[in-house]
Write a protein that binds this ligand. Structure first.
Ligand code: HEM
Length: 410
C-alpha cells in the first residue's frame, strides 16, 4: 500500500489544468486517468470543458456534498426529454426512489431471482451448452441482462432485439461527450420510439395496475392527465432501461474476464463456484466499473482536494480513477485480485455513492452472480480462446468488447 497523498494547498483552477488530448483519453482511458491523477486528483481539462476527479478520497468527498456538487441535466443528454431521477436532488428524486423501492429493494431480489433471473440464465446456458465455443459477451451476458431487465419491466413481449437496440442507442447518447449530431439524433429518435411504445401500456396499467415497476412509478407520477403523468416518469424509465439492460451484462463480462485470466482464482472457482464468488464480483466491479464516470455541477464556489472550483462547473467524478487509486488500492490496483480487502475505507465505487447511489445494485449483483454460477457450473473446462484475445473497450461505459471462449461439450 502506498503512503497517503499529501493534501494539495488551496489554489486557483489555472494551476491545475491538464493539457490532455481527448483522443488520448478515448484511446486508453485507464492510462490517461492515471496520468491525470499523477498531476493532481482534481484537474481541469480544457479540451473537455470539464473538471476530472480521479482520486478515491476526492470522489467520495464530492459525493458526500450534494449541495455543492449537484446533479443537473447535461446538455448532451437532453434527448431524454425531461427531468429524471438522476438529475434531481430534491423532492422529485425522493419520490422516484420511493416508487422504485418496492421492486428494487434487497428484500425483493430473492423473488426476482427465482421468477426472472434463474429461468433466463438456464435458458441461455441451454442454448450454449452444445456449441462448445461462443462470444460470451454477445451470446450470453448481453441477452441475459436484457431479458432479466425485460422481466422486471414487464416488457418481455417487446422482444430482445428492440430492447437491445434501445439501450445501445441510449448508451451512445449518454456517452456522446463530443456532441456528435448523428449520435444525438439517433438517441432522440429512440427516445421518441420509447415514448410511443410505452404510452399505450401505461394507459392499460392505469386501468389494471399490477405490482410492477412501471405501475409503482405511475402511481406516484405528477400530472392531471395520463400524458402528463407519462411525461413525468418516461425520462426515468429511459434511465432504468439504459442502466438496467446494460450494466449487469458489462459487469458480468468484466468479472468473468478477471476470473478466467487469474490462474489461481480460476481453478478455485471452477472447482467450487460458490467459494469466493462474492469477492470476485466485488473485485471485478472495482477493476472495471461499467459506469466509468458520473457527472456533477458545482452549485457554489467550492474546494475539492484543496483545489478551488468556481460555481457552475461540470465535474466528472471518475469511478475508474477512484477504483484504481494506488493510495487506496495499492500499486497493483490495475490487476484483478479477489483476495483484496474491499471493506471500510477501501470500498470501491462502481455503484456511485450518496444520494444517487445505484437503485438497481442488488438486482445487478443478482444477475451477475446467477450468470457466473451458470457458466462456471454448466460449461465444463470453460476457458478464454487464446486465438481470439479480448480487451476492454469504451470510455463512458466500459467492458470487454468480446469474450471468445471454449468449453467441453458433454
Ligand atoms: C452492475 C450493474 C450496475 C452498475 C455498475 C450501476 C452503476 C450505477 C451508478 C454508478 C449510478 C450512479 C449515477 C450517478 O450518481 O450519477 C447508478 C444509478 C442508477 N442505477 Fe445503476 N448500475 C447497475 C445496475 C443497475 C440496474 C440493474 C438498474 C435497474 C434495474 C439500475 C438503475 C439505476 C438507477 C435508477 C440509478 C439512478 C439512481 C438515482 O439517481 O438516485 N442500475 N448506477
Amino acid at each position: 500500500m502506498t503512503a497517503p497523498r499529501q493534501s494539495i494547498p488551496a489554489t486557483t483552477s489555472a494551476e491545475y489544468t491538464a493539457d490532455v488530448d481527448p483522443m488520448d483519453m478515448l484511446a486508453d482511458p485507464p492510462a490517461a486517468l492515471a496520468r491525470l491523477r499523477a498531476q493532481s486528483p482534481v484537474v481541469y481539462v480544457p479540451a473537455m470543458r470539464s473538471w476530472w476527479v480521479t482520486g478515491h478520497a476526492e470522489v467520495l468527498d464530492a459525493l458526500s456534498r450534494p449541495g455543492e456538487f449537484g446533479s443537473r441535466m447535461l446538455d448532451h443528454i437532453t434527448y431524454l426529454s425531461g427531468r429524471n431521477v438522476l438529475v434531481d436532488d430534491g423532492e422529485h428524486h425522493r419520490r422516484y426512489r420511493r416508487a422504485m423501492a418496492p421492486t428494487l429493494k434487497p428484500a425483493a431480489i430473492g423473488r426476482h431471482t427465482a421468477r426472472i433471473i434463474a429461468p433466463v440464465v438456464a435458458e441461455a446456458i441451454a442454448a450454449l451448452r452444445d456449441r462448445g465455443a461462443a462470444d460470451l459477451v454477445a451470446d450470453f451476458w448481453e441477452p441475459v441482462a436484457v431479458r432479466c431487465f425485460a422481466g422486471l419491466l414487464g416488457a418481455n413481449d417487446l422482444g430482445e432485439a428492440t430492447l437491445r437496440r434501445w439501450y445501445h442507442s441510449l448508451a451512445l447518447g449518454a456517452a456522446n461527450f463530443m456532441h456528435d449530431e448523428g449520435t444525438a439524433e439517433q438517441a432522440r429518435a429512440t427516445s421518441e420510439e420509447i415514448d410511443a411504445t410505452l404510452l399505450p401500456r401505461m394507459r392499460e396499467l392505469e386501468e389494471h395496475p399490477d405490482n410492477g415497476l412501471v405501475a409503482h412509478l405511475l402511481a406516484m407520477a405528477a400530472g392531471a392527465t395520463l400524458e402528463e403523468r407519462a411525461a413525468d416518469i418516461l425520462p426515468t424509465i429511459k434511465i432504468l432501461i439504459g442502466a438496467g439492460e446494460q450494466e449487469p451484462g458489462h459487469a458480468g463480462s468484466s468479472v468473468l474476464a478477471g476470473i478466467l485470466t487469474a490462474p489461481d482464482v480460476r481453478s478455485r472457482l471452477l472447482n467450487d463456484p460458490d467459494d469466493g464468488l462474492g469477492d470476485a464480483i466485488e473485485e471485478g466491479l472495482r477493476w472495471c466499473p461499467p459506469v466509468q464516470a458520473i457527472s456533477r455541477y458545482t452549485a457554489v464556489d467550492t474546494t475539492l482536494g484543496g483545489v478551488s472550483i468556481a460555481a457552475d462547473q461540470w465535474v466528472n467524478l471518475s469511478l475508474q480513477g477512484a477504483n484504481h487509486d494506488p493510495a487506496v488500492f495499492g500499486a497493483d490496483a490495475a490487476h484483478f485480485r479477489p483476495d483484496r480487502d474491499l471493506t471500510g475505507r477501501f470500498a470501491p465505487l462502481a455503484f456511485g455513492g450518496g444520494l444517487h447511489m445505484c437503485a438497481g445494485a442488488s438486482f445487478g449483483r443478482a444477475v451477475i452472480r446467477a450468470g457466473l454460477l451458470g457458466l462456471l457450473r454448466e460449461l465444463p473446462d470453460l476457458a478464454l480462446d487464446p486465438a481470439r484475445p479480448w480487451s476492454f473497450t469504451g470510455f463512458g461505459f466500459r467492458a470487454p468488447g468480446a469474450l471468445w471462449s471454449t468449453w467441453r461439450v458433454v
